[in-house]
Design a protein around this ligand. Structure first.
Ligand code: DGL
Length: 270
């Protein structure tokens, strides 16, 4: 089937995290239809073997194209992008965008001292994807990358503040605090929901960089370059699907994303 401007933009994450990217895309491209899949039935991706995450990513990306007619796919999950982006870009018949390159670019622009940090899941950090992406930005940076196991689980429970999450943040962020970074990339799309806690631990002098806005800008550019943008006068529709508890996805998702997430449907692999 030919790729046409009338199809939706497909997006996916292991759960609620990619809603940070969906929010930015809805704000920047209000005329576009979006179909979002949160794989909450199989989250978290971070501790899983790379091959398993790659298969999950392929299942969802292909379903967005085959079942929903997606004209482009946004991998709104760093862990999935770190292990599956190259393969998705090669095999899917539509353009694919990941959060990693836009995030790396934004971090390289934000830093003054060149001393930067990246935090993400165990899968993302151990893949070396950010080390490679930052190596390609054309500026020499002193990088401290550290995994934050447990952060995603707090967000998925809707617990984004309080003593427990603060204690964990103090322990996990110690390496980037000690490194004296001036900018910290939230290299997991769940982490912007913890930005108050992270910011309190890092201190007021450290800029927190999220890849959501930069990814939305890259998507808008792609829509223009590939002549895939929807008609500017129309209003986009937003469809949210979950492989887990659909009621919970709608309830917490609405609190995190906003009123566009009125209801959620079920996603399952064919
Ligand atoms: N939002 C995903 C990411 O950006 C979280 C992965 C997970 O489920 O552990 O990496």
């Amino acid at each position: 089937m030919p790729v046409t401007p009338s199809g939706p933009i497909g997006m996916f994450d292991s759960g609620f995290g990619g809603l940070t990217v969906a929010r930015a895309v809805i704000d920047l491209l209000p005329n576009e239809d979006i179909v979002y899949v949160g794989d909450t039935g199989r989250y978290p991706y971070g501790p899983r073997p790379a091959g398993e995450v790659r298969e999950f990513a392929r299942e969802i990306a292909w379903s967005l194209v085959d079942d929903h007619g997606a004209k482009a796919v946004v991998v709104a999950c760093n862990t999935a992008a770190a292990v599956a982006f190259d393969q998705l870009r090669e095999e899917l018949p539509v353009p694919v965008i990941s959060v990693i390159e836009p995030g790396a670019r934004a971090l390289s622009i934000a830093t003054r001292s060149g001393r930067v940090g990246v935090i993400g899941t165990v899968g993302t950090i151990s893949s070396g994807a950010y080390q490679r992406a930052l190596g390609a930005v054309g500026r020499s940076l002193d990088l401290t990358a550290t995994a934050c196991p447990g952060f995603v689980e707090f967000v998925e429970r809707g617990q984004t503040s309080g003593d427990e999450v603060m204690l964990l943040a103090e322990r996990l962020l110690a390496p980037v605090v000690a490194a004296g970074v001036d900018s910290l990339l939230l290299g997991c799309t769940h982490y912007p929901y913890l930005s108050r806690v992270i910011s309190e631990v890092m201190g007021p002098g450290v800029v927190l960089v999220s890849s959501a806005d930069e990814t939305a800008f890259a998507l808008a550019q792609l829509m223009r370059d590939a002549s895939l943008g929807a008609h500017p006068a129309r209003t986009g529709t937003h469809t949210f699907l979950s492989s887990g508890d659909v009621e919970w996805f709608a309830d917490l998702g609405r609190r995190l994303l906003g009123p566009e997430l009125m209801q959620a449907g079920r996603w399952s692999k064919n």
